[in-house]
Design a protein around this ligand. Structure first.
Ligand code: 3HC
Length: 295
């Protein structure tokens, strides 16, 4: 257990819920906050379902599941995060919304508390600069699905103190993650490499190199990836991918980060992947089939 005793998570969606789950499973009393009751209930039910599945597969005992659920405190009140030693933000990828949240947390949380953002592409430096504690601000970038993916990017910016970085890194490892140190460059390590790869797959399809299932199969069986690039795009969300692409292109001005026109059109049409039922594939039936948009 690191020197961090009590954890706060803001946002109980796919990422926030996963972060709250691994924190509670690692033994931390964890307070998770959402803005409305139905989102909070959905998030907590998701965690319960994940833990029930782990019990059914005999990965954890019923006692471990119940203890983890017992360490979780769902709340709608940001004020309940007052006593946390670290607060991890996992809300929408909107800088203004994040600034506003950290402004409020600055007034609520004790002075030594560390603030962390799970952003995948916004600037940690910019977020830290707006807070009352830039030296105690880090990026903690988890990967989806959080309970399964082993990696955690621990991101330091110019203002992050050595003490904060070490505490955040030790905390990440205490969650059972393999932590890697990253500087605050847009995309950090993984998205800097992964995003151009996914965009290249879309361009390959646009240029008639192969069909969507064949390109996916190629990368699965040719490179041992668990999912091909189109299945992964649908899994991450094509809205999220399009959004990250915009931020990365804006930062680097390099063609490899520019959204292919197909991605833009799918984003505009609401084909966002699994979350909307259709992306590159259609998820209406048990077995996904290529969606009408790209047939
Ligand atoms: N939540 C929790 N656990 C989940 C899960 C979820 N949403 N989905 C699957 N799992 C668990 C299953 O319970 C199972 O657990 P077990 O091994 O203990 O039995 C395990 O994951 C494997 O699941 P399945 O057998 O059902 O299916 P797969 O073998 O196909 O695995 C997968 C699913 C883990 C999602 C795998 O396909 C995979 O690793 N895909 C790649 C995911 C990836 O690349 N993620 C990173 C995305 S990039 C990102 O997040 C960055 C962001 O900034 C964009």
């Amino acid at each position: 257990m690191s020197e961090i005793q009590r954890v706060g998570v803001v946002g109980c969606g796919l990422m926030g819920g996963g972060i709250a789950q691994v924190s509670a499973q690692a033994g931390y009393p964890t307070i998770v906050r959402e803005v409305d009751q139905s989102a909070l209930d959905r998030g907590i039910q998701g965690i319960q379902k994940n833990l029930d599945r782990a019990v059914a597969k005999e990965k954890i005992s019923e006692e471990d599941r119940d203890a983890a659920m017992g360490r979780l405190t769902p709340t709608l009140d940001l004020g309940d995060l007052e006593e946390c030693d670290i607060v991890i933000e996992a809300i929408i990828e909107n800088l203004d919304a994040k600034h506003e949240l950290f402004d409020s947390l600055g007034e609520i949380c004790k002075a030594p508390a560390i603030f962390a953002s799970n952003t995948s592409s916004l600037s940690i430096t910019e977020m830290a600069a707006r807070t009352d504690r830039p030296d105690r601000f880090v990026g903690l970038h988890f990967f989806s699905p959080v309970p399964v993916m082993k990696l955690l990017e621990v991101v330091r910016c110019g203002q992050t103190s050595e003490e904060t970085f070490k505490a955040a890194f030790a905390f990440g490892e205490s969650l059972g993650k393999s932590a890697i140190a990253c500087r605050d460059n847009t995309g950090f390590v993984v998205n800097r490499l992964l995003v151009p790869y996914m965009l290249d797959a879309i361009r390959a399809y646009e240029q008639g190199v192969g069909s969507i299932p064949d390109i996916d199969t190629g990368m699965r069986f040719g490179c041992g990836h668990p999912m091909g690039p189109f299945t992964l795009g649908d899994f991450v969300g094509l809205d999220t991918l399009y959004h990250i692409t915009g931020i990365m292109y804006d930062e680097y001005k390099e063609a490899r980060y520019a959204a292919p026109s197909l991605l833009k059109r799918m984003f505009l049409a609401g084909y966002h992947g699994r979350k909307t039922g259709k992306g590159f594939y259609d998820y209406s039936d048990d077995e996904p089939v290529v969606s009408d948009f790209v047939k």
